[in-house]
Design a binder for this molecule. Structure first.
Ligand code: TXA
Ligand code: MG
Length: 351
């Protein structure tokens, strides 16, 4: 398949391109598009053949449900059977934006889109290109992250091209994704709202908007939990970097000392060593390591923004061993650590 690659400026959206992308979706094709979280791999959410194509293009197990993206709040009632009061409050506070909500689905949504479940995940992105594209596509775009299954979610079009060239009809390049991690997923089908995947919208933000307690799915905070995660996708490791990744946690000075020591042992064994650090610590490492900065540690959002990009770079550069500092914080840092811990296969050293 020939993939058409087009760049769009979000401040001057070319409607010819948007309409062409919309026609592709309406005709059952696939278009990768930017969102504020990560790039999505879109198809018509109400067409079961499109959903099958998405699973094929990603190489993803078809029991892993897709998120339906909308651009207009009034389109929600067409695809869900019930809109709880909690959803109205959260939509009011966070839509359009990086929040996905789980609803009981209406019969309009094919089981192929929801991986066989009776519930449907819905998100209204704030990215302007995404919104225009969803409208031009008929209003309902099913989209997982636009990576091949097993690779980090793409935060730049060049990574979408790396994974999806020849597998989709069009790729829209809209620049770097603002957040850099996938959306927060919250399940509203039970009495207490439950976070199935942490993201930029934190537990505290949800609680402040709802004025009630919100809990985390046990399976995502306790790695030994016997119950499977409620978001089927969270059971997968997601991506294992080609390199061995270890997180070193503890007092800053000790972390740097430990990484320098362990890294030098690896260098001596002939290995290529990578380090994930911050602007404040990056110069404190051995000059023979490849050190990548996630930006200033003063702002939690920086590590979220750069983590996936850095992991892809280390893969491309054939790094053998990676050591990462850990990222503390009450906000989006929880989501960054959730992805990092998974990528490391729970390999954490405390110093
Ligand atoms: O930020 C995002 O959410 C991005 C952009 C493109 O919008 N999309 C994304 O999709 O991350 P994906 O397919 O990579 O992850 C969707 C997650 C999976 O873990 C899936 O199991 C879960 O959402 N999910 C989808 N529908 C669900 C449902 N009905 N019940 C529980 N979990 C669901
Ligand atoms: Mg994904």
């Amino acid at each position: 398949m020939e993939t058409k690659i087009v760049a769009i400026d979000e401040n001057n959206i070319d409607l010819n391109v948007i309409n062409e992308a919309g026609s592709i979706i309406k005709n059952g094709g696939l278009v990768a598009f930017p969102t504020e979280t990560v790039y999505g791999l879109g198809g018509d959410a109400l067409n079961k053949e499109s959903s099958k194509k998405i699973y094929d293009a990603k190489g993803r197990p078809s029991d892993n449900p897709l998120i339906v993206h909308i651009a207009d709040l009034k389109d929600l009632e067409h695809i869900v059977s019930e809109i709880p009061e909690t959803a109205v409050k959260l939509a009011d506070a966070f839509w359009p934006g990086p929040l996905t909500m789980i609803f009981k689905k209406s019969p309009t949504v094919p089981k192929e889109t929801t991986g066989g479940l009776d519930t449907v995940a819905v998100r209204m992105p704030s990215d302007k290109i995404a919104a225009a594209f969803i409208k031009a596509s008929g209003g309902y775009v099913a989209a997982p992250s636009a990576n091949l299954s097993g690779r980090p979610s793409p935060t730049l079009a060049k990574y979408v091209i790396e994974d999806m060239d020849g597998r989709v009809d069009m790729i829209i390049d809209g620049g770097a994704s603002f957040v850099g991690l996938e959306s927060t997923i919250v399940d509203l089908t039970e009495d207490t709202p439950v976070i199935l995947r942490p993201g930029y919208i934190t537990k505290e933000m949800l609680e402040n908007a709802l004025l009630t307690k919100v809990s985390y799915d046990k399976a995502i905070i306790d790695s030994d939990s016997k119950t499977p995660p409620k978001a089927p996708g969270m059971k997968y490791r997601h991506y294992a970097p080609k390199a061995d990744l270890t997180i070193v946690e503890g007092d800053n000075t000790k972390v740097i000392e430990k990484i320098n020591m362990l890294g030098r042992e690896q260098l001596d064994a002939g290995k290529k060593v990578g380090v994930i650090a911050t602007e404040e610590t990056k110069d404190k490492y051995d000059k023979n390591f490849v050190v990548k900065s996630t930006g200033s540690g003063e702002d939690e959002a920086n590590a979220a923004h750069f983590l996936f990009k850095i992991l892809r770079e280390f893969d491309d550069e054939e790094t053998d061993v990676i050591f990462s500092e850990s990222f503390d914080g009450e906000g989006v840092a929880c989501a960054t650590m959730n992805r990092l811990v998974k990528a490391a296969g729970h390999h954490i050293l405390n110093v």
